[in-house]
Design a protein around this ligand. Sequence first.
Ligand SMILES: [Zn+2]
Length: 493
Amino acid sequence: MAERSKTADTGSDIGIDEIITGNLSKYPVVPPGYYGQPKKGHLLFDACFESGNLGRVDHITDFEYDLFIRPDTCNPRFRVWFNFTVENVKEYQRVIFNIVNFSKTKSLYRDGMAPVVKSTSRPKWQRLPPKNVYYYRCPDHRKNYVMSFAFCFDLEEDVYQFAYCYPYTYTRLQHYLDNLQKRNMDYFFREFLGCSVQQRKLDLLTITNPVNLRPGVEQKVVFITARVHPGETPSSFVCQGIIDFLVSPHPIAKVLRDHLVFKIAPMLNPDGVYLGNYRCSLMGFDLNRHWVDPSPWAHPTLHGVKQLIVEMYNNPKISLEFYIDIHAHSTMMNGFMYGNIFEEEERFQRQAIFPKLLCQNAEDFSFSSTSFNRDAVKAGTGRRFLGGLLDDTSYCYTLEVSFYSYIVGGTTSTVPYTEESYMKLGRNVARTFLDYYRLNAISERPLAPISSTWKEKAFCHRYGYNQGPGNNQAASKPEKKTQASLKDHIHSP
Ligand SMILES: [Zn+2]
């Protein structure tokens, strides 16, 4: 990279992150000593839009610029998400952008991840070619890790937009949900559980056959949340994939709606999303560390969701069977899960069933990366808190998906995620519930410790357990619950 000119800024980097407080607004970057109207090629940076983030730009040369991420509001420790536009470019102008104040050191940029770009005439997001992206420790910036990328602007009239990953805004979610509502599906319900600090809606969706909502009917509930961490945009694509599948006419979706009640809070941190934060809420809280005692004024969205979950837990007619919180991971590949550690071996084994089944349905999901832990640092997360609260028939997971890519099993080929492949993971999560409950019908016999023979049998026959006489026998054991089991209602897909 070019030698930095010794301007007044050099050497005063310490603490600079703390004094960036707002996003750049149509900010023209001109060479030092230039005072007139900006000319063509004097780049105009902007991040004053929804989910935008860029706090400062320094002109290094006409070809090189240092870019500073605006830290999360009220919490300068987090600087990862960026999302900004550049215009007033010259045709074939070549530049190098250095993002110089990341708060993380490990990053998938080491492994080939690249920022995404689109422009007004090419509105579909795409990843930059990895060969144009460099990630390295930079002596000029307190030995911070810096990500540099080279780019050639090819169309003068275009406005170019660059982001850490595919953006998914609060407004986009609102439009998506508005459109679902307009379809008047009798199995889709939308309500507001409350408001964020800045009065944005906390949406709660219920997807189920309306028969299940009649008074007195026992409900098996699957509760799903997403975007507690606002910069983790893949979480929203996965969540949309789940919703898309569950409201679809697909026969599996219909069976799932007939037998389960899906409760989905698709955006737990709408202010953070709107503001372009990476990790925190407006007031600088990492909401996923406040499940133990959320405050109605400081963490209102979390407080609302927790209250609802506790109410459901206390309702004898409701069996809360799954809680899944969707995140994105900045250093790992693939989709994978975190689960809890339990004293009882049998519960621990049962908890592994859903991720194992998902691994068979989704080529990007890795069971070997799935892990179970009880780290003190994760104590305030939804998964850990609810894992401790709910009884032993409930399973709580964090579903993680890589910001970058997945490796197809048995190969070394790396497939970068697209918006579509994130949604596909969501669809696969949804349909895995059918596999789980079909298998569960087999496992609902007297609770003896699960022998390895049982496990092998169960998994071997996942696709055809009702074909052989032995399996029929297992499946016809009396059901524990009054509801008919799913297996009675669907043939193997
Ligand atoms: Zn997260």
